[in-house]
Design a protein around this ligand. Structure first.
Ligand SMILES: [Zn+2]
Length: 234
């Protein structure tokens, strides 16, 4: 059973099959939305399947996610999402609100809501046999991808601007991700992730490097938990 039909560019609207594309729209670099196969989903699942699920995480919505079996049972990968919602009466009164709900996203395994998307990415990466997942981040998104990857032994590489907060970089390293600090902005770090993935720069080691990366040094800055590679834009 196929739960999704492909991807649609969020900018130009062009549609792609799952086999046709991996990262972003080749035409304009737009992010891709998943096109769910609602007809097939409707045929195979009922709303009760979600409502009665014993899964205490985002995976209770598995019928509606582009992943078939995320694996990682008993790990933090299966603990992302489904965070508690509070209804603090005293605070509502103080703020003059009739209703107030507070969703405690700090209960996610890496303490941010970014764990949801990262858990889905890692689940999908495992299904397609991706050796490495890579992202650019200045903070919580990188930590989430590193954390969800660590949960199931998926190798993760995070490009971060060198101005990223040291505490965030430390969190990436605690999770065992390889960190590449980029001498540039977040946008430049993002561009590098796409280029690096496309030339398979990261499949085996950081060397030898294609010429356009020859500003990439193998200088290591020792943090408490491991090496950080610095990347300079050529
Ligand atoms: Zn597009």
């Amino acid at each position: 059973m196929n739960k999704f039909l492909g991807f649609q560019c969020s900018l130009c609207g062009r549609e792609y099959s799952p086999q046709e594309i991996t990262y972003t729209c080749p035409k304009d670099g737009g992010n891709l939305d998943v096109i769910l196969d609602f007809a097939t989903i409707r045929k195979n699942f009922r709303p009760e399947d979600i409502l009665t699920s014993a899964e205490p995480s985002l995976w209770r919505y598995l019928p509606l996610l582009p992943v078939f079996d995320p694996g990682g049972i008993g790990t933090p990968l299966r603990a992302a999402g489904w965070t508690p919602i509070y209804s603090p009466e005293a605070l509502a009164k103080t703020l003059g609100l009739e209703y107030l709900w507070v969703k405690d996203e700090s209960r996610n395994p890496t303490a941010s809501f970014k764990d949801r998307a990262s858990a889905v990415v890692v689940g999908r990466a495992r299904e397609i046999g991706a050796e490495i997942v890579v992202t650019a981040s200045t903070g919580n998104a990188g930590a989430a991808l590193a954390g969800m990857s660590a949960a199931v032994g998926q190798k993760a590489i995070i490009f971060a601007p060198k101005t990223a907060p040291p505490a965030k970089v430390a969190q990436l390293l605690v999770y065992g991700a390889q960190v590449l600090l980029v001498d540039g902005t977040y946008d430049e770090a993002f561009d590098l992730t796409i280029q690096a993935a496309e030339v398979r720069l990261l499949t085996k080691s950081l060397r030898p490097l294609p010429e356009k990366f020859h500003g990439l040094t193998d200088t290591e800055q020792k943090y408490a938990f491991g090496p950080v590679h610095h990347v300079k834009r050529a």
